[in-house]
Design a protein around this ligand. Structure first.
Ligand SMILES: O=C(O)COP(=O)(O)O
Ligand SMILES: [Mg+2]
Length: 221
């Protein structure tokens, strides 16, 4: 086992960019929503840098990129609704698990670690994605960006998870790909582990000074 797991009993994972490479499907849904509003699609490469603060922010960033200004609230809302519709229809067409993810989750689950998922993605999308990959039974609790009033980098979702499992925060590890995960983890008092392959607004996640980094989650186990 990786030294970062020493004394840890609960491991909380981020979803997008940590467990799954979801940007190909997210970008299709964003671009279809933009197209419905007379806006040219921005493409996968741009969308990759905008994921991590939930779906409202994702659509705001896409519209702003296209027009150079903040979208009017009704345009933003309508484009967001369209995104939810399109993404809900097809969340698993091109989305893939990153290498090492299944092995890490199987081994941690098998060894009795409590596992949780905290994503800023809307909660409704979590179950269909986990089911597609046969990972639903691994997680004792899953929170989306709309599950609580606060989302990452606010520490509230992580504190909620620790309380749910009756764990001290010193027994908890946050695993993520972005500064929002590492900041939320640090503020909650969790130990933090980062992966470098996900989405962090085009910047290295090492700059957030996680307690440890691994190239693949397989290194955890
Ligand atoms: O911003 C999102 O929608 C998802 O981001 P996360 O799974 O990396 O928290
Ligand atoms: Mg992420």
């Amino acid at each position: 086992m990786h030294p970062v797991l020493e004394g840890i009993r609960l491991v909380t994972f981020d979803l997008d960019g940590t467990l799954i490479d979801s940007v190909p499907d997210l970008a299709v849904a964003v671009d279809r929503a933009l197209d419905d509003h007379g806006v040219t699609g921005r493409g996968e490469g741009r969308v990759r840098d905008w994921v991590g603060n939930g779906s409202h922010k994702l659509l705001e960033r896409a519209l702003r990129d296209a027009t150079g200004e903040l979208p009017a609230p009704e345009v933003h809302e309508s484009a967001h609704e369209a995104f939810l519709h399109y993404y809900g229809q097809a969340p698993n067409v091109k989305t893939r698990l990153y290498s090492g993810v299944r092995e890490a989750l199987d081994v941690l689950h098998g060894r009795g670690f409590a596992l949780a998922l905290v994503t800023n993605k809307p909660h409704a999308f979590i179950a269909p994605i986990l089911e597609e990959f046969g990972l639903s039974a691994h997680f004792g609790l899953c929170l989306g960006g709309d599950s609580l009033p606060q989302k990452k980098p606010d520490p509230a979702p992580l504190r909620h998870v620790a309380r749910h499992f009756g764990m001290d925060v010193q027994e908890c590890l946050m695993v993520g790909d972005s500064r929002h995960d590492i900041d939320a983890g640090r503020r909650a008092g969790f130990r933090t582990l980062a992966v470098p392959y996900g989405y962090n607004h085009g910047e290295p996640v090492a700059a957030s000074r996680p307690d440890a980094m691994v190239e693949s989650l397989a290194e955890l186990v």
